[in-house]
Design a protein around this ligand. Structure first.
Ligand SMILES: [Zn+2]
Length: 330
């Protein structure tokens, strides 16, 4: 008997062979094990992905960059920018993560929601990788769904603490009428919200992130919510709600790609926001509720998470699955 009304996508080979690193490469396996051990999921709830094909990767990335990755010919500067050590095994792990996001997107269209227990590598650009991200698995999944004529329009909702610069650059065609969002928050912590000034494109990008953090240069998303340092649960949730309402007033996606970073957490080593574990679960519930109410399928990826205690990152990522179960039950 399957316990969950949707599928989880996972492989032991999601592990990133990067040695001792602030990126906890073992988090994927730990989340998988936690979900099984706590009875949230059964073995039958999981699907095992296949690596993306080179053809899939080339829907987003340039032939030259793909060739460099496959032949181990990144320049020292390019490898430095990636911030994780190159190896052929690492290339395979990123091709697999992209395959996982393709599978999750496909399943989400059938089951309303699907979670890839990995992926979310939103700092990868068509011609280079950076910030621990070699391949933009979410963009690959969107382009593959479009190529297969399963969707035409998608929306990315990026709640990682770092701005989705790769996503913004890849989908730079989608712009919305300019002007500030109507404020729904009386807080003094008003983020600088920017929207782009002209339109069209088939992917609408929303990023909520800490302004004073990586990446220094932030190419414009369709909506960027540049949050001040130290923002907490209630303000964050108000701005997420606001951004979703604004985006969905102007754009009708057939798929939402939710990048559920764990690093807005107040004890994150690479983040400067102050969300609690409970607040992050409410964030997930809010996103899922909006999607369910509007009958928009959601594909989830995990992106970053660098809590001082790995157990907290595992809890935050596991809670995303629990939130999806609660919202999509019945
Ligand atoms: Zn991040």
């Amino acid at each position: 008997m399957t316990m969950l009304p949707f599928k989880l996508v996972y492989s032991d080979d999601y592990y990133l062979p990067i040695g001792a690193h602030v990126f906890p490469a073992e988090k994927y396996e730990r989340v998988h094990n936690r979900l099984i051990e706590t009875g949230v999921a059964e073995v039958s709830d999981f699907l095992t992905p296949q690596p993306a094909s080179d053809e899939d990767i080339l829907l987003v990335h340039t032939p030259l960059y793909v060739q460099k990755l496959k032949t181990g010919t990144l320049s020292p500067r390019e490898e430095l920018e990636l911030e994780i050590p190159y190896s052929p095994e690492l290339v395979r792990a990123f091709w697999l993560a992209a395959g996982g996001s393709i599978l999750a997107a496909d399943r989400a269209l059938k089951d309303r929601v699907a979670v890839n227990l990995g992926g979310g590598f939103h700092h990868a650009f068509p011609d280079h990788g950076e910030g621990f991200c070699m391949i933009h698995d979410v963009a690959v999944a969107i382009r593959r769904m479009q190529r297969d004529h399963k969707i035409t329009r998608a929306m990315t909702v990026d709640c990682d603490v770092h701005q989705g610069n790769g996503t913004a650059a890849i989908f730079a065609g989608t712009r919305i009428p300019g002007g500030p969002l109507p404020s729904t928050s009386a807080s003094v912590l008003s983020p600088a919200v920017t929207t782009r000034s002209s339109h069209t494109g088939d992917v609408f990008t929303i990023s909520l992130h800490q302004e004073n953090n990586y990446p220094v240069s932030k190419p414009p998303s369709s909506i960027d919510v540049n949050l001040p340092d130290g923002i907490g649960d209630d303000d964050y949730l108000a701005w997420l709600d606001n951004a979703l309402s604004s985006g969905l007033r102007q754009f009708e996606p057939e798929l939402i790609c939710y990048i559920a970073g764990a690093d807005p957490y107040r004890e994150d080593q690479l983040g400067g926001l102050a969300l609690t574990i409970e607040g992050l679960k409410r964030r997930d519930e809010l996103l899922f509720r909006v999607a369910r109410t509007r009958s928009i399928p959601v594909m989830v990826t995990y992106a970053g998470g660098y809590a001082q205690r790995l157990e907290d990152t595992v809890t935050i990522h596991s809670n995303t699955v629990i939130a999806a179960r609660e919202v999509f039950a019945g």
